[in-house]
Design a protein around this ligand. Sequence first.
Ligand code: ADP
Ligand code: ZN
Length: 625
Amino acid sequence: MNKLDVLKKYFGYSEFREGQETLIDGILAGRDVLGIMPTGAGKSICYQVPALLFPGITLVISPLISLMKDQVQALNQAGVHAAYINSSLSEAQISKALRLAAGGQYKIIYVAPERLETYEFLSFARQAEISMLTVDEAHCISQWGQDFRPSYLKIVQFMKQLERRPVVSAFTATATEAVKEDIICVLGLREPDVLVTGFDRKNLYFAVDTPKKKDSYVINYIKEHAAESGIVYCATRKNVDMLYEKLCAEGIPAARYHAGLTGEERKQGQEDFIFDTRPVMVATNAFGMGIDKSNVRYVLHYNMPQSLENYYQEAGRAGRDGGKAECILLYSAQDVMINRFLMDNREQNGEYTEEEAEALRERDEERLKKMTYYCMTTHCLREYILRYFGEKEAVNCGNCRNCLREYEKVDVTETVKSILSCVREVRQRYGINVIAGMLAGDDRAKLREYGMFSYRSYGILKPMREGEIKQLINQMVVEGLLFVTNDKYAILKITERAEKMSENDERVIFEKPKEEPKAEKTISGQKKAAGTRRSDILNSRGLELFEQLRELRTEIAKEENLPPYIIFADKTLVDMCVRVPFDKKDMLKVTGVGENKFNRYGERFLHTIMEYTGGVREKFYFGEE
Ligand code: ADP
Ligand code: ZN
């Protein structure tokens, strides 16, 4: 068998995605590799395919117990013999697994880093034929990353004790240069093939919205997407509980997850979500690491996260199956305050000198700022994200709210001048609240205390409301006319660019979103433009068939006690509706249907399709043949 046969037979895919082939070729040629790819890009295939072609065993080091279980279940479904060894098993179970492993039962073994130094595991590993060592979430070895795990350093010790050094492959979604170098150096990769694929996730639609009532927005959205699975992230436990109660009261099948719940409650919530008994998850950012649910169709952020790193990771949990999905951030000015509060009250682990702590705080403040600008920009959101992560290519993606929206150009020169002269007049010593309040002529005690009433700029923009002025100031920041200092005072300063502009007497033109027509204001209005739902692909008969296939999948999932998406991804079911297979040969052409899965479930799905169509092929989708 060659790599393509393996891909089709076990995983049911007929071609590799970007980057996969390069890494697989490197591994098969016996070279170390480092793959840096965004979540959902398909890292697992990169080591699972060679693992099946190598003569010996592949050990996969992974930090996350839930992820291991998920991967092993999926592999077993695909007909690959795999096992995991971690603290969720009893000593007796571990011994048994290692005995079977020594007897050549498994091609792939997932193992937690702590296990590597145990006597039992080491003696197994020293005798077994180990072809490859794969380090998943490899950034955990770097002290620069946010997820440093000291136990990852054990991997190096472990490798030294093996009779023969296996090929080493490492994978991560963290792309910074420092982390990359750390991984190569600390893991001791030997002249590795390093591959960094683009961070763009084309199937994700991005939007920022500023609804007055976030709760009703979320409820409406979820109702419009009934029967789809999604995650709503909140900044605090309190928000999670509050929103969870509201959703339940609306009869929405929601689960919740945050660090304040008991272990049992968390486990239950997670399982309800994964098994689609409660397809909507309301959670803090404690939820998601190691959650591999592939059919998440939307990720809403009830609050703005602290950084784009966090945001992209959380939003990226949508659409892992490659199908269309939506990432919508609900922004309000309060979110900045919540985040600053959370940052100031974060537990310090006492390891930092005052200087280091200050540097970290500045870094966090900078990240928060960039996150905030994301919420304000009128340019392409995808481009903003990609630039932030160091990809410079200009896109105008056509699949984000800003690209799909219409804008009108507004001349704001005079207002901008007033704002700049106000900032100058107070000698660049105040933040947005004071400046906006002052320009609006607000009668606040604080302004009186600062003696603001005596300035020339006081009340100069008076007919405008403070909120409007703030919005304009924010836009000036985003456009580089003002900047905000990184200390906790967040003071507004004038940039060189603004000085030049004033000197040259340039006009300032900003883009302002046109009011959307009422009917189009709902998400589904935008969806039509974005084409992001399976109802855009399948016609009504097709959707009906999809529902029947989905019911069958749920039934099988219950019988097998497996999450539905491990049986077949949504995308696979949609492809069945498009191709309408009547026999094994056609069914094997469906994406995600491999030999083994066909043998397990193929006939039942064929049967449902046969019954629905009566054996007459019709077209169940929109668009061209
Ligand atoms: P990552 O670990 O990079 O976040 P995964 O390995 O979990 O991503 O893969 C994400 C999804 O993409 C999975 O559902 C996987 O089956 C699917 N996938 C991977 N490679 C391919 C491929 N070549 N063709 C189609 N789907 C793929
Ligand atoms: Zn765009």
